[in-house]
Write a protein that binds this ligand. Sequence first.
Ligand code: ADP
Ligand code: ZN
Length: 213
Amino acid sequence: MKRNIRLILLGAPGAGKGTQAEKISAEFGIPAISTGAIIREAIASGTEMGKSAQSYIERGALVPDEVVIGIVKDRLAAPDCAGGFILDGFPRTVPQAQALDEMGVEITDVLSIEVSDERIIDRMGGRRVCKKCGATYHVTSNPSPAGDKCGVCGDPLTIRADDDPAVVRSRLEVYHSQTEPLKDFYAKKGILKVVEGQEKLEDTTALTFRALG
Ligand code: ADP
Ligand code: ZN
């Protein structure tokens, strides 16, 4: 029997969490939950939550803990999470990780995808996203089979406002100060595994699958 995987993906913005989340989701048949994607959808559809989150996202800051914790709590209660799930982009702070503990959510695996800051800054310029279905691509390392359109739904691909180089630099600072301490938090629980991000997407995927056993 397949084990029930309740996975957290850690890693700097642009480390490739979202892409690996999609691969793991397909392989293990469990949902990938991206807080960034949920927030961007809320902004696009103009909900109250979206309106309050927009200014944080645009300057590369984190959305307040209580907002994201509420999003994740609701999402994990959905029936499709019963057989396991992947959290991409949550938790991003120690209080968010503590909130998961308090919800009684037992995480089985934490994978940290490690990529140097320099490579991240290089990569972000090439990232393209589909606003409609949330698929992500990269012009060189993971191009859409449909060119400048989404390979999944055919919508035109766009560049995220927060992939601007100055914003990327502040997101990296936020990552190092607020999110990286979570590696220690989960290492102490004995569930942290480190995956070195590779030049080629499929090489990283192979390491990811191996780490999940
Ligand atoms: P990336 O992994 O490339 O940084 P995400 O799509 O995960 O991109 O997140 C984009 C933005 O959404 C973040 O910079 C932040 O403003 C907001 N966000 C996403 N997840 C969280 C979270 N868990 N806590 C606070 N803010 C979040
Ligand atoms: Zn799409």
